[in-house]
Design a protein around this ligand. Sequence first.
Ligand code: AGV
Ligand code: CA
Length: 312
Amino acid sequence: MNKRVYFSHDGGVDDLVSLFLLLQMNVNLLGVSVVDADSYVAPATEASRKIVDRFGHDKNLTISVSTARGVHPFPKEWRLTTFQQNALPILNESGTIRTPIATQPAHLDLLQHLQTAAEPVTLLFTGPLTDLARVLEMEPQISAKIEKLIWMGGTFLENGNVAEPDSDGTQEWNAFWDPAAVATVFASPIKIDLVSLESTNNVPLTAAIRQHWATYRRFSGFDFLGNSYALVPELRQFATNSTYYLWDVLTTCYFYQPDLVKTKKVLCKVNTTAPSDGRLYQDANGREVTLAYDVNSTKFFKLLDYLAAKAE
Ligand code: AGV
Ligand code: CA
């Protein structure tokens, strides 16, 4: 298996862990871009470069930086974890960064990778869709170069994961950050796989998984997982707005091993009017997406172990 993939992430703990995991997979990772959404983009970019240096098995990659800014910014408390993750000693042992920053901003970097690709490329997005929407607006026919989009975003559940005064609580955050971008991408002919809250709600961060990573901390991949997830709260007595799930990590593992989840086809639209902007809803006249709605968590955690053990 050697899938060709371009990865766009937004610097959260599970975004950066996703980059770490992608680097352990037997795939052709063409490019990586970072968005200033669930992070601050400068430390998120530095951390990405250091992860490629430390865990990239000498892959040559450049990291591009997005100029996009959200309609509804993420809470500062969540964005701050990027500074801590970027400061982890395991990423800073050498004291220098080798992996370069791309000369072009993220949307142009993505466009160039697609234009020069000999075969269609899979897009893996674990943050908002702004840069893809920009590319589609600039060059609509570029969708022919996109094998499919795998996106961590959205939900059809009654309750999303946004708790903000200008929201009705129905949205998932990556969709809420830039609802118009979701509408632009949905209006394109691209094939879309959604890893939404339906499936990610089944994989919360727990004390048991923390303990598992701690037990194996003598291996650098597990140490990186344990230290990264030490920055965010696990599920305790009940789910709160801050409870962390393995959202992006499930999405990245689904890209590698699609049989981890159950999927179904859904016809849908996105709302772009406040206070429901960013809400997905089923509609017989909507566009088709493949929705992951359940996950085999035993298989999922087995793949995580396999990948973490491959790191050196
Ligand atoms: O909505 C999930 C998305 C994922 O891409 N992000 C976190 C993941 O990177 C936003 C988010 C929702 N709830 C959060 C989030 C929380 N409690 N902490 C940090 N980020
Ligand atoms: Ca994310």
